[in-house]
Write a protein of this length. Structure first.
Length: 312
């Protein structure tokens, strides 16, 4: 009976595929946003699919019952293996990731330029060398911002990486790999240290075109010691004055970003901690167990399992 309606049933399934409808309050988590920025959308979709399996099963069952009702099929069709195989072969659940990304909205993102600034205790000539390298990298041709850039360097007491902060819509960072580069003109720049959680920022006007390298793009919230929230406690839109656009100018990609290496290290330490262990030298105390305080010289906290020591 149903075979006579096979083509119509297939068309009905294609027109009514199960789709997750996200209300406005559903947004992506920071780790998932970072994966979207890196271009790993498939991983995000797989994760969302797995954690919403119960709801997805409900949507699929609802479609199956709708077909029975719409085509006036007998209830016994549920036990028809051939019909079930046809249905399973035709339906495809739409995670509706674009809607979820739109809900997530604008995010505080930075681009790692690859420039390193020096920390406290260096000779003035070192800081002036940093200034020259920063101006050259960012296409700054006047001395208008020298004082502000030097102040940023001085106040980054641990030194750090020169990054450009901007405030894009997450949807605007998706599927843009056909562009060769990204251009910044008006810029909120900062020297940040993701190991110790320090840094400083300033605003400059220049003109720099950098390779559109997703491995140099980072969601600030995805960084453990992030500058915007953990260090400064600023609002997420503080860098919305940065002006940027995609460009087709081909730029050679540089070496791997240290910040990317740091994030990979943190992910490795997270896995070790989740398995019950800890990593010697990992300075995130939250990834150690049974830490105790030594009230003797040198004072500090110590992990009894791996020996990591945090001096006061």
């Amino acid at each position: 009976m149903w075979k006579e309606k096979k083509n119509a049933i297939i068309e009905y399934i294609n027109d009514n595929q199960p789709t997750i409808d996200w209300s406005y309050q559903y947004v992506l988590s920071a780790p998932d946003i970072q994966k979207v920025i890196e271009g790993n959308i498939d991983d995000v979709e797989d994760f969302i699919f797995n954690i919403n399996m119960f709801h997805i099963d409900e949507l699929v069952d609802a479609l199956f019952k709708d077909i029975i009702m719409y085509f006036n099929l007998p209830e016994s069709i549920e036990d028809d293996e051939e019909f079930r195989a046809l249905f399973d072969d035709q339906y495809c659940v739409n995670i509706n990731i674009d809607e979820l990304i739109k809900n997530t909205g604008n995010q505080t993102v930075f681009y790692d330029t690859g420039i390193t600034t020096h920390g406290y205790g260096e000779h003035d000539s070192v800081y002036k060398s940093d200034l020259r390298r920063i101006k050259k990298k960012l296409g700054i041709t006047t001395n208008e911002y020298d004082k502000d850039i030097l102040q940023m360097i001085y106040q980054s007491s641990y030194g750090g990486k020169l990054v450009i902060y901007f405030y894009p819509r997450l949807i605007d960072l998706m599927n843009k790999d056909n562009h060769a580069s990204i251009r910044f003109t008006k810029m909120c720049i900062a020297s940040i240290n993701v190991d110790n959680g320090s840094g400083d920022d300033t605003f400059v006007i220049g003109d720099v075109t950098l390779p559109f390298d997703r491995k140099r793009l980072f969601l600030d919230k995805a960084i453990h010691y992030n500058y915007t929230f953990q260090v400064c406690g600023m609002v997420s839109s503080w860098c919305d004055s940065t002006e940027w656009e995609y460009s087709d100018v081909v730029k050679r990609k540089g070496r791997k970003s240290y910040i990317q290496e740091r994030m990979e290290y943190d992910e490795k330490c997270d896995r070790v901690y989740a398995s019950g262990g800890c990593t010697a030298g990992d300075m995130n105390m939250l990834r150690h167990r049974d830490v105790y305080y030594i009230n003797d010289y040198p004072c500090g906290n110590k992990c009894p399992h791996c020996g990591t020591f945090w001096i006061d």
